[in-house]
Design a protein around this ligand. Structure first.
Ligand code: MN
Length: 229
């Protein structure tokens, strides 16, 4: 037994459709501005030279079911519907051609964001951490094993707020594909099993209110319904 001062916390986990095993989360990477129409609604343009990233702590993972908390210290808490994938292996300088072989499975997710704090951070050239690394902000469905995923390059991705369609797009509209992101990210980090990647959101992001019901999903991967508490 290692002589820890106190018991280390258990890892964040994601359930798996059709399995009683749990996927333990190591890191959470998020892609920024990966749909042109969303970049435009944020007053930005897509950088075609290179994708960019931010991270969330694994402890921000929460299941897309039941209730999630409206975050404190924000008056503008936004949903961002995203494709999520989870690695079963990794490495450094992964070739695009090999990238998909490292994926265990995919989920639908929401990158909840304190938009007011993010806008302030952009204005003042400060980090995004308090706008993105928010408790209960990495919202995910269970993982669909890769063998059962129809495609990570095409398919409808959508989100409804109280039954009204707010985001409705196709994965084929992503600027950077899943293999391109794995290849690029692996030049900066040695990727490994347990790493989870949020692929960025299409247009139509907006604020939630307490009591809202959010539904949505990615076709062939997962659907969800949850309430903002
Ligand atoms: Mn996002």
């Amino acid at each position: 037994m290692t002589n820890y001062l106190f018991q280390p916390p258990a890892p964040a986990v994601i359930p798996i459709f059709g399995s009683d095993k749990l996927y333990p989360v190591n890191r959470v990477f998020c892609v920024g501005r990966n749909y042109e129409a969303h970049a435009a609604e944020m007053g930005a343009v897509v950088d075609r030279e290179a994708p960019f990233y931010f991270t969330k702590s694994p402890t921000t993972i929460i299941m897309a079911e039941g209730e999630i908390a409206y975050a404190p210290r924000t008056e503008n808490y936004h949903y961002e519907m995203e494709l999520v994938f989870a690695l079963k292996s990794g490495g450094t300088d992964i070739a695009e051609a090999d990238a998909l072989s490292h994926i265990f499975g995919c989920a639908a997710g929401i990158d909840m964001t304190r938009r007011d704090l993010q806008n302030k951070a952009k204005e003042t050239r400060r980090p995004w951490d308090t706008s993105k690394d928010v408790q209960q902000s990495a919202v995910v469905t269970p993982l669909r094993a890769m063998e059962e995923v129809p495609s990570v390059g095409a398919g409808r991705i959508h989100l409804e707020q109280n039954g009204e369609i707010k985001q409705d797009a196709d994965l084929s509209q992503m600027v950077w594909s899943v293999p391109e992101i794995i290849a690029d990210l692996s030049t900066m980090y040695t990727l490994c099993e347990g790493d989870v990647i949020f692929m960025g959101t299409p247009a139509g992001v907006g604020p939630v209110q307490r009591g809202d019901v959010l539904t949505g999903g990615v076709d062939g991967i997962a659907d969800f319904e949850l309430k903002i508490a």
